[in-house]
Design a protein around this ligand. Structure first.
Ligand code: B12
Length: 370
């Protein structure tokens, strides 16, 4: 490839490097951030190990299965030497709760992997030979924030999210591992959190043991998405109205207030109709009365499907325990014999809470009007 091209008026202008062309193509495909990194040891492997040693992963046993795999990014795809790391906004300016912003639209894993594969095909065509490689979005043992920080996408916020100085933190991370050398971007070395501790202070379940030290076992996102048991009484109140995931530690971040973006029109991450203008109580009741077919239809291809229907119903019962009124009791009573013991337990606890707050506590079998 010629290093220089001649413009029509005869002046030599430098040709774009492959890296700049990849960036342009990534933006054309809808990604919002792009950078490059040479694969190798993960700089924060020690933090990851320490986190596991404290048991912070809870029931996410896959994280602890083979920690060494996450220590070196050359391991997931032997032969790959570089990664193109991308970020994609998911709508920081959408209204808050009761479902975390990231989970209201289409499943980001599928969408981003599909676009990364398009980038991969474009790259092979552009270099004129098949480039061995593979796309990853949360699907391989990779410390993705470590990779993205090294590719210059942002810094580790005190809430552990990767924050970009122009985009805030409401973006997903994906990567395309490739078997060609690419010039690495400058890593993001600055820490722009300064003395701010808003995220740490705002967490309703006090899940942070300190800056960048999240105990996932107390995180609302973990409790409503990953945890399989009933939600412990001492954490349940902290969940407030969150039915799936949580945005509190991002919402209070000044970088999001300043730089969070609107979703483009017709974005795949735009909320599904069920989430538009639906308050927590209404959505909780909808989930509790949802038949499996309705669940499949409402959430086909969506990020929220990571939680089975029974988990969403457990979360819905926990939310009603916090904000439900006697009007919600009939829906709860109807689930007293739910197939899943965890849902039964959470429903019983919700009824008890509502009754304690002064709701009507007599079950329908004893004459309660349904
Ligand atoms: C497990 C997991 C979770 C768990 C645990 C979260 C956690 N913080 O570890 C739970 C279920 C709670 C969760 C929640 C969320 N998640 Co999540 N999650 C992951 C996953 C699969 C692994 C993360 C991991 O390895 N954790 C282990 C801990 C130790 O790593 P870490 O918190 O990332 O911390 C790193 C740095 O902070 C640094 N570090 C740690 N301590 C210190 C100390 C110092 C001094 C320094 C310098 C560095 C440092 O080293 C760590 C390792 O690299 C990644 C995808 C992936 N493969 O990476 C997505 C991922 C991190 N999640 C993501 C998202 C969107 C979320 C939520 C926002 C969703 C929501 N709204 O509910 C929340 C955010 C909660 C939060 N504050 O982190 C995005 C984050 C994008 C971003 N801009 O940062 C990721 C990257 C998925 C993706 N592909 O986009 N998640």
């Amino acid at each position: 490839m010629s290093a220089e091209a001649t413009a029509s008026h005869g002046t030599a202008v430098p040709a774009l490097t492959l890296e700049r062309r990849i960036e342009r193509q990534a933006y054309a495909l809808g990604f919002d951030l792009a950078g490059f990194v040479r694969l190798g040891p993960a700089e924060t492997a020690g933090h990851f190990d320490a986190w596991l040693a404290r048991g912070c992963e809870g029931e996410m046993h896959y994280l602890a299965r083979d920690p060494a795999l996450r220590h070196d990014t050359r391991r997931p795809h032997p032969g790959a030497v570089s990664a193109i790391v991308v970020g994609m906004d998911y709508g920081g300016h959408e209204p808050t709760g009761p479902v975390a912003r990231y989970a209201r639209g289409d499943d980001y894993h599928d969408l981003m992997k599909d676009r990364l594969r398009q980038l991969h095909a474009w790259l092979s065509t552009t270099v004129g030979a098949e480039v061995p490689g593979r796309a990853y979005v949360d699907t391989a043992p990779i410390l993705e924030r470590d990779l993205a920080r090294r590719a210059g996408l942002g810094w580790f916020g005190k809430n552990t999210t990767l924050i970009n100085p122009r985009r805030g933190s409401y973006f997903f991370i994906g990567s395309l591992f490739v078997a060609i050398e690419l010039e690495p971007s400058a890593p993001f070395d600055a820490d722009r959190c300064g003395s701010c501790t808003r995220c740490l202070d705002a967490c309703p379940t006090e899940a942070f043991d300190g800056p960048r030290a999240l105990d996932a076992r107390k995180c609302i996102s973990y409790l409503t998405i990953e945890h399989r048991g009933a939600i412990a009484e001492e954490l349940r109140a902290g969940i407030g109205e969150w039915l799936y995931g949580c945005d509190v530690c991002q919402e209070v971040c000044p970088w999001n207030a300043r730089f969070g973006r609107e979703l483009p029109a017709h974005s795949a991450f735009s909320p599904r109709p069920i989430f538009v203008d639906t308050d927590a109580r209404t959505l909780a009741r909808q989930l509790l009365t949802m038949a499996p077919d309705d669940y499949a239809a409402a959430f086909r291809g969506s990020a929220i499907k990571r939680a089975k229907l029974w988990m969403l119903q457990r979360n819905a019962a926990a939310v009603l325990a916090n904000v439900g009124t006697d009007e919600d009791l009939p829906v709860l009573y109807a689930l007293r014999d739910h197939d899943h013991a965890v849902v039964r337990e959470q429903v019983r606890a919700a009824v008890a809470q509502i009754v304690q707050r002064g709701g009507e506590g007599t079950p329908p079998s004893a004459g309660h009007p349904t």
